[in-house]
Design a protein around this ligand. Sequence first.
Ligand code: ATP
Ligand code: MG
Length: 332
Amino acid sequence: RSRVLSGIQPTAGSFHLGNYLGAVRQWVALQETHDAFYMVVDLHAITIAQDPAELRANTRLAAAQLLAAGLDPDRCTLFVQSHVPEHAQLGWVMNCLTGFGEASRMTQFKDKSAKQGADRTTVGLFTYPVLQVADILLYQANAVPVGEDQRQHIELTRDLAERFNGRYGDTFTVPAPYILKETAKIYDLQDPAVKMSKSASMPKGLINLLDEPKVSAKKIKSAVTDTDTVIRFDPEKKPGVSNLLTIYSTLTGTGIAELEQKYEGKGYGALKTDLAEVMVEWVTPFRARTQEYLDDPETLDAVLAKGAEKARAVAAETLARAYDKVGFLPAK
Ligand code: ATP
Ligand code: MG
């Protein structure tokens, strides 16, 4: 079986619609066909200051949402990144293989640090793409299901895997991105020029899956569209409407063309009202399932402990090989 690995940050509590449609939805599908490793990346979360109690709660919350979305611990390995110390260990090795200029070119870093200001930007944020490289290479993943915003980091992963293999001999699988075109980028509802983001979107532009369904419905209804009236998929000229069509199509499994036909001669109001309803129908059971997992933290923690054990078995083997190749003296 081909192997996939991916992660999601336990920041902000609730996942947003972009996380689900761009990433988590694919994770659920891939566990049926692949040897799948999925993690809650708490090491990445602290690149931006976190309240400790909140971070802990949000880590459980992220795991609960992943299970609610359909991950099955019998079909995939679900774990918390900090439970597997090999991530930080291989991360250091990868830091020492990465050029400063190379890291400086990462656009996610540039965007996030620009937003925060230089004083609040940590070195951790600067090197987080390199930690992500280690995350992926530790599991010898063949593919990495992510949204479009992560493409550059997967490229970096390929470069560093090849660099390491070239310098020290074949060690790491060179992974490929797995990005589904249709849902690669879900846009901010208020500013359809930018991606919906946990850390960057304003509340009105962001659909949090755990918000009151009524609140999400309202956000859909007040999504920015355009002054035209035709409901047509055209991301260039009609980014707002196209974004709504993508969301609608993916949540219901209805083709875009079919939707265009359905709404021929109808106004944006009709589209929004229907999509709001679709959204409410989808999030209502999702929220209930998430709450069920949260109500039973012992079971949740046991799932994560078992996942960490499975993950460590793989990660420890890869790290040992990498350490040996680099020339570290084995501890006797
Ligand atoms: P942040 O803005 O703080 O980086 P995020 O919204 O990007 O947060 P992450 O936890 O970094 O959330 O990303 C988890 C997964 O969700 C990644 O695979 C990422 O590519 C995907 N993703 C995030 N935002 C979107 C989006 N708007 N559309 C599609 N996929 C997305
Ligand atoms: Mg992100």
